[in-house]
Design a protein around this ligand. Structure first.
Ligand SMILES: *[C@@H]1O[C@H](CO)[C@@H](O)[C@H](O)[C@H]1NC(C)=O
Ligand SMILES: *[C@@H]1O[C@H](CO)[C@@H](O)[C@H](O)[C@H]1NC(C)=O
Ligand SMILES: *[C@@H]1O[C@H](CO)[C@@H](O)[C@H](O)[C@H]1NC(C)=O
Ligand SMILES: *[C@@H]1O[C@H](CO)[C@@H](O)[C@H](O)[C@H]1NC(C)=O
Length: 283
């Protein structure tokens, strides 16, 4: 028993990656997506890397020598990207925006690496485009540029949040949908941008969260970057489905939320699309 525990602890202790190897993998991922040439990513893959899009496994042509429906095998113009690094879980989260009028995309990708080889084990992407929930990459980019840099290092003890509390903050947000007694560590001001829509004109993230939701968000997969105060979750979101939510947490409290949610009907999940999303947001 104790032996097993020690082995487990040893495995946990060795399961750390440095930022440099994580960054090298994400650099290759971004280049592959922008060129549509998987060869750029090949050196970072292992023979059994799996690739998932919107919770469904899709073959990569590099591995199975077939033409692929994978978005990753298409060249996309990338207008914005940023990455959060989880050195403990050996994982990354990258947000990509393509504002191309002919093929606009918002993509939220987790990479999970094998700590012993630093090869990618799993590529797990949420891919949203026209018709997905509140989709507007230009509006999303506008708000990203207005907000503080979510990748800035939080250097003071007071501003940093321990990993467990980062994960708990994200969990509290999801659980609040089904149970309004759950205490969410809200901060004010807090901005929530769902797709490209700013849902929080009053800078209160506890705005417009529906009542009466009965379906819990499940299969939560976390990327936690303590240095930046970021926790991102890819999941099967309530009644809707494939989803990414990223939370920015400062001093234990949620300051910002950004999400990308797939709508199976490609009609804004049956909800009315706010007129504001069609307006010119400015730059
Ligand atoms: C295949 O993946 C598993 C984990 O999913 C990993 O432990 C193993 O090393 C991989 N094998 C190769 C040949 O990369
Ligand atoms: C490649 O094809 C084989 C056989 O059809 C399948 O078992 C395997 O899962 C595929 N690999 C990927 C990454 O899709
Ligand atoms: C992959 O496909 C190409 C053409 O589709 C073929 O020429 C090549 O031999 C295939 N490679 C393997 C390893 O099956
Ligand atoms: C709702 O959340 C509260 C506070 O965390 C908890 O005490 C209660 O058991 C929860 N109710 C249900 C039905 O899970």
């Amino acid at each position: 028993m104790i032996g097993l525990l020690l082995l487990t602890l040893a495995a946990l202790a060795s399961a750390t990656c440095d930022r440099a190897s994580l960054k090298s993998a994400t650099d290759r991922y971004i280049i592959a997506q922008s060129t549509g040439q998987l060869s750029w990513l090949a050196p970072a893959l292992s023979p059994n890397t799996t690739y998932w899009e919107n919770l469904v496994q899709v073959p990569l042509p590099l591995q199975n020598n077939t033409t692929s429906a994978a978005i990753l095998s298409r060249s996309l113009r990338i207008d914005h990207h940023r990455t959060a690094f989880d050195t403990v879980q050996c994982a990354t989260f990258t947000e990509l925006l393509s504002l191309s009028p002919s093929s606009p995309y918002q993509i939220a990708t987790q990479l999970r690496l094998d700590p012993s080889t630093t090869k990618i084990q799993k590529i797990d992407s949420i891919v949203t485009t026209t018709g997905d929930l509140l989709f507007s990459p230009s509006h999303a980019l506008h708000y990203i540029l207005q907000q503080p840099d979510w990748n800035a290092f939080l250097t003071t003890t007071a501003s940093r949040t321990p990993r467990a509390s980062l994960q708990a903050a994200a969990d509290a947000y999801y659980d609040f949908f089904v149970n309004k007694s759950v205490v969410v560590p809200w901060d004010r001001p807090c901005t929530r941008v769902d797709g490209g829509f700013l849902d929080t004109p009053d800078m209160d993230c506890n705005t417009d969260i529906p009542d009466g939701v009965t379906v819990r968000t499940v299969d939560r997969r976390y990327v936690i970057d303590e240095d930046a105060g970021v926790v991102q979750v890819t999941s099967n979101f309530g009644v809707i489905g494939p989803d990414s939510h990223e939370f920015w947490v400062v001093g234990g409290k949620i300051r910002g939320i950004r999400s990308a949610t797939v709508c199976p009907d490609k009609k804004n999940c049956g909800l009315e699309r706010p007129a504001a999303l069609g307006e010119d947001i400015g730059y």
